[in-house]
Design a protein around this ligand. Structure first.
Ligand SMILES: [Fe+2]
Length: 401
């Protein structure tokens, strides 16, 4: 397996981790992006991971590299820091040039924001994008944000790249009101791996290795109040990770209370915590008993729990369960499928026809529009958006012939 140490690459060089375009989408860790580089499937698939998030709620985002005929294909752009480009250069020496960059999602801003910079880093690569691109609050044409028109093609409308080794499968489109949800998954035949963006995730109970660079987000959220020091132990890191998963999955988990401002201020600015790393002791969260059990439902017990992310299930596919099941039906026809590689959380995950069938059964027979426990906030949000007409009651109608 190729990894950073085998390639003898020096990590932690702050110049090489610079991401000057961070103000376009100001996500943690802002202007400095550490990258973890790993080989996921020998000589076929590689992964680059960086953290992205809001207010220390940071989760790994992945760019996947697949070997294709004559070179390499990049799926799901990430900020091309010096560090990332250095590793990619090593791969190019061994496996050929970057031929293609694919943005397979219409809506995922965290995946599309770095497409222009990545495109500039590989001026000879062709770009392929999912149809129906949009952005919010300003819906700017891609050419205006620096995506070069001349070498950009649209999946489906212009065909598909590397069909000799890739099968492209659509999930959606759905009308989200402000724009569309759609993503194309790629089944990469030589590796038997399904590459997805947001369609499926699998979360490991251990915090991702990326936090070894700076565990601050984990330690920050592992506390009970703003005056508690940020202590670094394996237990605290795990505790913080579970809380981050709850935030990222449900936005506002059930067992979380936002304390009054007076209490937040009372615990802030204590000695030792008057620094930006500890957000000056400002900690507007109060976790209630039982929060840990609700987090463990998401990560599974002994086996990886392969699942649709709650935000996607409750806010995007709430009234389009059949559309999600059709996508699973397409996956079921893939012969020799063995791996799942998602743009978030753990990868690669063993994923066979049996897993697809089980997932399909679970979704077909189970309740879909959930509103209890952790789902309460997402449910209320969806109802409000529906009532105000921001989201349509039939997200499939706009795409009927
Ligand atoms: Fe995403």
């Amino acid at each position: 397996m190729i990894n950073q140490s085998k390639l003898n690459i020096k990590t932690g060089n702050s110049v090489d981790q610079k991401w000057p375009w961070w103000p376009l989408l100001p996500l943690y860790p802002y202007g400095k992006r550490q990258t973890i580089f790993r080989e996921l499937i020998p000589n076929q698939i590689w992964s680059f991971e960086q953290l992205q998030g809001l207010y220390y709620v940071a989760v790994p985002v992945r760019l996947t590299v697949a070997k294709v005929h004559g070179g390499l294909m990049l799926m799901n752009p990430l900020p091309p820091t010096g560090e990332l480009l250095h590793y990619l250069g090593e791969l190019e020496k061994e496996h050929g040039p970057v031929l293609t960059i694919v943005l397979p999602t219409a809506s995922g801003l965290e995946h599309k924001i770095s497409l222009p910079a990545l495109a500039r880093a590989f001026p000879n690569a062709n770009l392929w994008i999912c149809p129906g691109q949009w952005s919010f609050p300003l819906n700017l044409p891609l050419s205006l944000i620096g995506v070069p028109d001349k070498r950009t093609k649209t999946l489906l409308n212009d065909g598909f790249p590397h069909e000799e080794s890739c099968k492209w499968l659509p999930l959606g489109p759905l009308d989200l009101g402000l724009g569309r949800f759609q993503e194309y998954s790629c089944f990469h035949n030589p590796s038997n791996a399904l590459l997805v963006t947001d369609a499926l995730v699998s979360i490991d109970p251990e915090p991702p290795e990326l936090f070894d660079y700076d565990p601050s987000p984990l330690l920050f959220h592992a506390r009970e109040s703003g005056d508690e020091p940020m202590e670094d132990t394996p237990e605290k890191r795990r505790k913080g990770w579970l809380r981050l998963i709850l935030f990222a999955s449900f936005l506002r988990p059930q067992k979380l209370i936002i304390p009054p401002l007076s209490e937040v201020l009372k615990n802030a600015f204590k000695p030792g915590l008057r620094n930006s790393r500890a957000h000056f002791g400002l900690f507007p969260f109060s976790w209630q008993e039982g929060w840990e059990e609700t987090a463990k439902e998401l990560i599974g017990d002994k086996q990886a729990n392969i699942q649709i992310a709650p935000v996607l299930q409750r806010l995007v596919f709430a009234r389009a369960k059949n559309s999600y099941i059709s996508w699973l039906d397409q996956l079921y026809t893939l012969k020799n499928i063995r791996w799942l590689i998602s743009a978030h959380y753990s990868a690669p995950i063993i994923f066979t026809s049996r897993h697809i069938r089980d997932l399909n059964r679970r979704i077909s027979k189970g309740s879909w529009i959930l509103n209890k426990g952790n789902w309460g906030f997402l449910d209320a949000l969806d109802r409000t958006l529906l009532k105000r007409g921001v989201v349509p009651s039939n997200p499939l109608e706009a795409f009927k012939d």
